[in-house]
Design a protein around this ligand. Sequence first.
Ligand SMILES: Nc1ncnc2c1ncn2[C@@H]1O[C@H](COP(=O)(O)OP(=O)(O)OP(=O)(O)O)[C@@H](O)[C@H]1O
Ligand SMILES: [Mg+2]
Length: 392
Amino acid sequence: MDPVRNPFAPGAGSQPPELAGRDEIIDRADVAIQRVAQGRHDKSQILLGLRGVGKTVLLNKFEQIAESHNHLTSFIEAPEDKTLAELLYPKVHQVLRRLSAVENARATAHSAMRALRGFASAFKISVGDVSISVDPETGVADSGNLEYDLIDIFVRTGDAAKSASRAWILLIDEVQYLSEKELSALIVALHRVSQKKLPILFFGAGLPQIAALSGDAKSYAERLFDFPSVGPLSREAAELAIRQPIEEEGEIIEKPALDEIIDRTEGYPYFLQEWGYQAWNVAEQSPIGAADVEKASATVLKRLDDGFFKVRFDRLTPKEREYVIAMAKLGKGPYRSSDVADQLGESVQSLGPRRAKIISKGMIYSPEYGDIDFTVPMFDDFLRRTILSAIP
Ligand SMILES: Nc1ncnc2c1ncn2[C@@H]1O[C@H](COP(=O)(O)OP(=O)(O)OP(=O)(O)O)[C@@H](O)[C@H]1O
Ligand SMILES: [Mg+2]
């Protein structure tokens, strides 16, 4: 069918044609944004889920909702190699500049700017073209201890937002790449603004491993945050995600074709987009039938194996590859670390550092103590289909 009219959107963070099955999560976020903006209590949230389940898409949606209520938003994607202080600085700067244009908030925004200036020097942030012309205020946000200084920055920014009658919604994607210290500092700062009922709300998203915090940060996080889990779509939602966009284009998909896509994808959003996309292109004409989906499947798997899966596998060293291949040999996850060790003929202890490194690369995670699983859905199938089937 006409590829130009293909409604599907496979790709990292691409807005799907139908954001199916997430109404509850979205409504919950909408209510929290409105409540916090009114100075009422509500919880920040960290969405937890595997690769390709739609976390980024949800954060984008929350940002849109916040903007539709006329609040200020900052969206950050945490990369592996930058500090939180560096990432936050230009975002907070931008928010304060916008707030300082509001008559009632001029004084509070100015005072927050002074704090931010101290923060930039304390953390040796190269300010580039976002330098601040106000003088710093000695003793505010300039201790060099992120936990203390972030509190100052958030409280002052919250004061400024409040005087402008707006909320500041901070969104951070790929939260697992923040260090534990940074995440703790963030949580402690959010705890303080929540005690003061200041209009700041945080939405994070990341791989499931970030729930593993310790100490004060852990107890604050448990009280302060919700951790909605973002998983594969229910059968009903998955059907809607495929059927609705096709029908909106005035075309039809037959039930057996739909069933085949749901079975193949297990309801994982990224896979749904890939299968929908190829099935549309492969089909000569509407209605799309089961034979079209079957034909499309070969193309999809090839694309996934050469792209989505391969780029992740390529990020591993040869030793790390041995580890994940040993996992795949055991069948479906989760896997006991001790079973993986047995498979490799080594001890759990000696494999510890290698396992930790693969976790820090975001390739595997520990769903429970002593267990390990892939963060990429169906990665074990990929390894068996490609690497393992090539080994005689
Ligand atoms: N609710 C949904 N219904 C249908 N498709 C969806 C839904 N959510 C996300 N998608 C699609 O799934 C794909 C992956 O979405 P997204 O990039 O947000 O996932 P992610 O969880 O952020 O993945 P990663 O962990 O790799 O960053 C996109 O192509 C998007 O269009
Ligand atoms: Mg993402």
